[in-house]
Ligand binder design. Structure first.
Ligand code: 0SV
Length: 432
């Protein structure tokens, strides 16, 4: 190429570091790359937006790799309030780096649920909006409905991939994102044998995947949404199971299936007729004894967590967590469920104008930047895929609330769990 022309183009090209301030503002790190919180620099064309916060994702590796290309191509086509928004792509020719400019989200469900779990463990009450779980579930379904309508399957839905916007024009809006790990590890046909053992969670995996389903389906995403819904209601991962080091490409995970049956009961053939067609059906018959799960049911499990089976929330959960993928609810049917017609109605701001009790994202220290160790703690090691890595970050004070609550807001807030509201309003099990 003509050298002068190349130079002219290069001089014209806007460099990410010239227009955005993000030094020392790393908020995430993983195999996918690095994520920074960024603000437009004063005196740039973006100055009108100075108040707006962005996330800058620096894609791992050099140049426009297959995965960079896939992510950009996909996000460019998608536009929905409950799906992450790609604003711009910066190509840095000097170091062959690719940067994605996204809207910044202060929270995600992994951190929110962790906050409630800690509060529950220390018996500290948390003040959240009455309909928060309902609003979150509705918005997740809306985002997934949009993706499914466009034949995009998520394939790795879990709390860490549901972002929630903090203060600003999109306050309290949930957005479906994908930190990207699944691309490496979640392809059921991709061999994992030659990879380093990586701690991966199967907690959100549908039973048909664990029994060797060859393809991802919309129903697989719906199962994961059911798992997230249960976790929002109880603050516990419903199908919590010991983490495994995966070294093989085998999709069959005995312990994870055992956990599912311990909660749900063993699937009856009349409930899931095609189970016998699953590739791992023989292994299932060999390894499991139906009688071990007699007396287990979702109703019993949720009842232990103070969620009664005559509630609309429970009934919707049961329809989402249906073992037979062909009988599982679709996203559009789920959005029409009576749960959403019942008060409190789902809101656009999941916090319903009330204060946001969750801390802001921490900035990662330089030490974290180089940290490649693989802690395998229950809360997620550096290589774990179910949640953000253990961070040693600088703690930023909790986000300021929207100020004192007015009467309307007070009406919508109480010491409560995120989701279930008995008539008395007591939800002592979860957060009180
Ligand atoms: O959500 C992202 N990227 C942003 C991650 C950082 C956010 C920090 O605030 N990517 C994304 N991919 N797919 C989606 C869905 C449309 C399915 C939700 C969102 C994606 C990720 C990686 C790759 C390789 C391809 C697609």
């Amino acid at each position: 190429m003509d050298y002068d022309y190349k130079l002219k183009c290069s001089n014209k090209r806007v460099k990410v570091e010239d227009v955005y301030e993000f030094e020392g503002c790393k908020v995430g790190r993983g195999t996918y790359g690095h994520v920074y919180k960024a603000k437009p620099k004063a005196g740039t064309e973006e100055k009108d937006d100075e108040a707006k916060e962005y996330a800058l994702k620096l894609i791992e590796g050099a140049g426009i790799s297959m995965s960079a290309c896939r992510e950009i191509a996909l996000l460019r086509e998608l536009k929905h309030p409950n799906v992450i928004t790609l604003n711009k792509v910066f190509l840095s020719h000097a170091d062959r780096k690719v940067w994605l400019l996204l809207n910044f989200s202060e929270h995600d469900l992994w951190h929110i649920i962790k906050f409630h779990r800690n509060a529950k463990a220390t018996s500290k009450p948390v003040d959240v909006a009455k309909g928060m779980v309902k609003s979150l579930l509705y918005q997740i379904l809306d985002g997934i409905h949009y993706l499914h309508a466009n034949w995009v399957l998520h394939r790795d839905l879990k709390p860490a991939n549901i972002l929630v916007m903090g203060e600003g024009p999109e306050r309290g809006r949930a957005k479906v994102a994908d930190m990207g790990f699944a691309r490496l590890f979640n392809n059921p046909l991709k061999s994992l044998a030659d990879m380093d053992p990586v701690v991966v969670t199967f907690w959100y995996r549908a039973p048909e995947l664990l029994l060797g389903a060859r393809h991802y389906t919309k129903a697989i995403d719906i199962w994961a949404i059911g798992c997230i819904f249960a976790e929002l209601l109880t603050s516990e991962p419903i199908f919590h199971c010991r983490q495994e080091d995966i070294k093989t490409s085998n999709p069959y995970h005995h312990d994870q299936l055992d956990r599912i049956f311990n909660v749900m009961g063993y699937p009856q053939e009349r409930d899931w007729e095609d189970i016998r067609k699953m590739p791992e059906f023989q292994a299932l018959q060999k390894d499991f004894t139906k009688n071990n799960y007699v007396g287990s049911s979702l109703g019993k499990y949720m009842d232990k967590h103070k969620i009664k089976s005559d509630t609309k929330a429970f009934q919707l959960l049961q329809r989402l967590l249906t073992m037979d993928p062909n009988k599982r609810l679709t996203s559009s049917k789920a959005m029409e469920d009576p749960y959403f017609q019942e008060d409190p109605k789902p809101c656009a701001d999941v916090f319903e104008g009330g204060p946001i009790p969750y801390p802001r994202r921490e900035f990662l220290s330089d030490e974290d930047n180089e940290d490649k160790s693989s802690s395998k703690s229950a809360t997620g090691g550096a290589n774990s895929t179910h949640g953000p890595p253990v961070k040693r970050g600088r703690v930023v004070p909790p986000s300021t609330s929207s100020g004192t609550m007015n009467n309307y807001q007070k009406h919508h807030h109480q010491m409560t769990s995120m989701g279930m509201h008995s008539k008395s309003g007591s939800n002592q099990y979860t957060f009180n």
